[in-house]
Design a protein around this ligand. Sequence first.
Ligand SMILES: [Zn+2]
Length: 216
Amino acid sequence: MSITRNVNGKCPKCNSDINIKIWDSVNAVYHPEEKEKIMKSELFKVKCDNCGSEIALEYPCRYQDTDNHIMIYLIPDFSEDQVKELNDDLENVNMPQMMEDNKFRVVSNCDELIEKILIFESEKRDRPIELCKRKVFKDIKADNAEISPVSILYNHNTEGEYFSFIGCKDDKGEALIVPFDKELYKSLDIELVNRDAYKEGMYEVIDGRWAATLMK
Ligand SMILES: [Zn+2]
């Protein structure tokens, strides 16, 4: 089940009282409609009835998709200690074998949560995706030393898969995207299999920093 609670807050724009629904946990299997709201970046927003402002909220939320063995904890600006605490809690649960295959992840914002869901839904693995991003970034930086994306996110639409360079524009002034290189993904995936890098069953942070550490 999903877990929610209501808290009172103030609109940062007009200072009116607003009632905020906090999602401590979202279960995609029982509540697919809530998952859809996450994918549209709507779940963690609240609208002020008085002035109509939309306020984006940031707070911890656990996303579960038990059908696909996915458990993603969104914790804004999480610390290593928080990840350790989550794993200590896991150790106290007697996990059945199936749970050990769960992909447990920690992400720091809603965009990263959406990205993880997209990656796992398209039956890809996030580790080689992070390595792909690193390679794509290096290639682009070789031509354009100035480039400095806020983040690089995997995405897909009807035309295919791609990486979005958040905060960067292309020559035409449009949001910079780079097509996804399936062959590169495959070769990095094989490399990670050979390195035995696919152990699951504990909360892990698989991001750019993880990729940088691995490549050292
Ligand atoms: Zn307001």
